[in-house]
Design a protein around this ligand. Structure first.
Ligand code: UDX
Length: 438
């Protein structure tokens, strides 16, 4: 199959590289000439484990190429994937679809055969209808079909998620389009049984939002239970285990922490709420989730201040982990941003270490000293706070941390250390949803 991938952001680049690895001929297109130039030199615009090697091997095999020329990419393509950004529109939270529609128009102008046009970007229900309208207006004779095929990959595990998905969702009623999509994903069914779920296009569009909203609800639920655990002397990690062993609930996405962030959950929950409100069907559980999560990120700053005795004026706090989760350099809606703002507002000085996020973080944070390793973050600080659970923080020399700190306070917002281990090292411990150990 010949595939054009429009947009080389997270989803576009990972999907393009993985499709080429399946054996398809893939052309990735982006308007950003610098990005394409760097990709030609095998420099990835994002940090994603394994992506550079995957791109390099498929470029070498002649199956993967990059261009700024959309016409060249679309020419003779069996399928054209739209994987451009859909940011939250400023002011109203609706997904901004201008990039999607502009791409649809340009694709339509350059079609040379009845291609299948696939929306991979996360788009509100009904977007496929509009893309179809644009194609029909610009290229009425093209015979192109418009399909929805949402992506469920997680940053940091994107290649694995793409190649071993729980399911592939394809929204189209058209038999020819189904055949093309079946062919594109055929390698998945050869060595495993990843089911392709064929649905209507609007249903497929909603599945993506419903999945992300449900996961956001699940995380937020356990975060609230964590708060209750602290009040009643229960342990949220054991509660998670205890409820997660029930297959109807499932153990994943039940880690209590500082609140969810990232490029998807915050944006997609807002967009879903807008769609729901526009259709007079408010989703109250999702609305509550968004409110609770926003409040939680701010509350985590207060939690740190409380652990430090209530007054942080003139004190220094060391932060471990800035990105919204490990194995990414993505800082979008990261809890660290709210936590650091709360600490600075209360008069503290902040220094921070992150394995990959400093370049992005330095654009979003002011007056933060970025240090070269976890021990430097602890050095002379009045407390150390684990905000993101990078593997590099899981086996710290705790005695060295204790000796580096001015006061031996450690706040573990991801519960990566057993409290007893920290206490043995002489550290005063605060976790999330753990019984008080006084
Ligand atoms: C998410 C979805 O998982 C993915 O299917 C979708 O396509 C895009 O959005 P991603 O944003 O990359 O992926 O990260 P994810 O691993 O889902 O984590 C999202 C946020 O939730 C992070 O801030 C993470 O720290 C937090 N989280 C996750 C928890 O706090 N607890 C958990 O148990 C799981």
């Amino acid at each position: 199959m010949r595939i054009a991938m429009i947009g080389t952001g997270y989803v576009g680049l990972v999907s393009g590289a993985c499709f080429s690895d399946f054996g398809h001929e893939v052309v990735c297109v982006d308007k950003d000439a610098r990005k394409i130039e760097l990709l030609h030199q095998n420099v990835m615009p994002i940090y994603e484990p394994g992506l550079d090697a995957l791109v390099a091997s498929n470029v070498k095999a002649g199956r993967l190429s990059f261009t700024t020329d959309l016409a060249e990419g679309v020419k003779d393509a069996d399928a054209v994937f739209i994987a451009v950004g859909t940011p939250s529109r400023r002011g109203d939270g609706h997904a901004d679809l201008s990039y999607v529609f502009a791409a649809a128009r340009e694709i339509a102008e350059n079609l040379t055969k009845p291609s299948v046009i696939v929306t991979k970007s996360t788009v509100p229900v009904g977007t496929g209808d509009e893309v179809e309208r644009i194609i029909a207006e610009v290229a009425p004779e093209s015979g192109a079909k418009v399909v929805s095929n949402p992506e469920f990959l997680r940053e940091g595990a994107a290649i694995e998620d793409f190649k071993r998905p729980d399911r592939v969702v394809v929204g189209t009623e058209d038999e020819f389009a189904r055949q093309v999509m079946r062919e594109i994903y055929r390698p998945l069914s050869l060595n495993q049984s990843a089911p392709i779920l064929f649905t209507g296009r609007r249903t497929s569009e909603l599945i993506k939002y419903a999945a992300n909203a449900f996961l956001a609800v699940k995380i937020t639920f356990i975060n609230e239970i964590a708060d209750l655990c602290e009040q009643v002397g229960a342990d949220v990690q054991e509660v998670s285990r205890g409820i997660g062993m029930d297959n109807r609930i499932g153990g994943k996405f039940l880690h209590a922490g500082p609140g969810y962030g990232g490029s998807c959950f915050p944006k997609d929950t807002l967009a879903l709420m807008k769609t729901a409100a526009d259709n007079d069907t408010p989703l109250r559980i999702v609305e509550a989730t968004v409110q609770v999560n926003d409040a939680r990120k701010r509350a985590m700053g207060r939690k740190v201040i409380k652990a430090m005795g209530g007054d942080v004026r003139g004190k220094t706090v060391g932060i471990l982990g800035l990105t919204f989760k490990p194995n990414t350099d993505d800082m979008r809606d990261a809890p660290s941003l709210s936590i650091i703002a709360a600490l600075q507002d209360a008069g503290a000085t902040v220094k921070a270490y992150d394995p990959e996020g400093v370049e992005q973080a330095s654009k979003m944070l002011t007056d933060v000293e970025f240090v070269a390793n976890p021990y430097a973050a602890a050095d002379g600080a009045d407390a150390l706070v684990i905000v993101t659970e990078w593997d590099a923080f899981r086996a710290l020399d705790l005695t060295r941390i204790k000796n580096s700190l001015k006061s031996p306070i450690l706040v573990d917002l991801r519960n990566i250390y057993p409290p007893a281990e920290l206490e043995r090292a002489g550290l005063q411990y605060t976790g999330v949803g753990k019984p008080s150990r006084d």
